[in-house]
Write a protein that binds this ligand. Structure first.
Ligand SMILES: [Zn+2]
Ligand SMILES: [Zn+2]
Ligand SMILES: [Zn+2]
Length: 329
């Protein structure tokens, strides 16, 4: 019964899946932190054109996919850096252009949408030895840079303006995050598929965020969750005839759903500890200016619920009453 797991194509699929499961959430943690959860999805759409170019020219679709994915990531960063309000629409146009262009090119190549299908949804049987080695090599680059440059990348993903004021070349690291996302899309293409790749960048991170405290722990927990989802998903397709991408994503979602109740408990516990943690940070407690009244319900200032307490917006800043003093934000 376990023989099928050791057949050549299953070993290849498991290796490629493991590489994907580790790399996608590593980059995904930065995307979630940047509130760009769907960036991977956008790059995935653009990459359809890259795969189509490979099918048209007879070049390796993986190579053309990496090229177009990185180019797409650079264009996205350019639009984000220049446009503000219209950036959203510009990105949408880029994504639709990517998928429509890809379908058009494939039809010129004399191959229907069928030829694209294994790239759109992933396919275990079509993974070659070369695909596995390229996937592992690219994933190793993504994981190494994501982990080694964590302080810089986190600073930029967390608060770009603040990172800039500390002298960090934020633009450079922003581009790097997008390029790493583009490479992960190309890695995930063979197993998860271009249309579902974003799910493996986001769902394991969402699962990890329920328990893990701090960015570093979240990142490694997400990589563990991604690896588990990929291996369980691909193993399942050895026994059930289902597309690997859909199976991996559904296993990943199942993991999120199963762990959600535990996550709620962990969050509650953490919130109960908050007052003690705040007391350990005396530098946050300052009385900056005299107050003519004690803030409270109906005092005329806008009240904002904030964790375990209520802040009042006052002269352009937020204050919370804590005993006899105000906490400044
Ligand atoms: Zn007030
Ligand atoms: Zn507050
Ligand atoms: Zn005040």
């Amino acid at each position: 019964m376990f023989d099928i797991l050791f057949s050549d194509f299953m070993v290849r699929a498991l290796l490629a899946g493991a590489a994907t499961g580790l790399a996608a959430p590593a980059v995904g943690t930065y995307l979630v932190q940047r509130r760009l959860s769907l960036l991977g999805d956008g790059i995935g759409h653009i990459t359809v054109t890259g795969v189509a170019l490979g099918l048209l020219t007879g070049a390796s679709p993986t190579a053309t996919a990496v090229g177009v994915a990185i180019l797409g990531a650079l264009v996205i960063e350019l639009i984000r850096a220049t446009g503000k309000a219209s950036g959203d629409v510009a990105l949408a146009l880029l994504f639709y252009g990517g998928i429509a262009g890809g379908l058009m090119i494939v039809s010129f190549a004399g191959q229907g949408a069928f030829a694209l299908q294994s790239y759109l949804f992933g396919s275990i049987v079509s993974i070659s030895d070369a695909d596995v080695w390229v996937s592992i090599a690219l994933a190793a680059v993504v994981i190494t840079l994501s982990v080694a440059l964590r302080p810089q990348l986190f600073a930029v993903a967390n608060d770009e303006d603040h990172a800039r004021t500390t002298g960090l070349r934020a633009g450079y690291y922003n581009v790097l995050i997008s390029v790493l996302a583009a490479v992960s899309v190309s890695v995930a293409m063979r197993t998860v598929g271009l249309l579902l790749v974003s799910a493996l960048m986001v769902i394991p991170v969402a699962t990890a965020q329920q328990f893990a405290k701090g960015f570093r722990a979240t990142m490694f927990a997400a990589m563990g969750a991604g690896l588990l989802a990929a291996v369980v998903g691909i193993t399942t397709t050895a026994y059930v005839d289902a597309p690997p991408g859909a199976t991996i994503v559904l296993v990943s979602l199942l993991g999120f759903a199963v762990t959600a109740p535990v996550g709620v408990l962990v969050q509650r516990r953490r919130q109960a500890r908050v007052p003690f943690e705040m007391a350990e940070e005396p530098e946050q407690q300052r009385v900056l200016e005299p107050h003519r009244h004690q803030h409270g319900p109906g005092c005329g200032h806008v009240a904002v619920e904030h964790g375990d307490h209520v802040d009042y917006i006052h002269n352009g800043h937020r204050h919370a009453v804590h005993g006899g003093h105000y906490d400044e934000h």
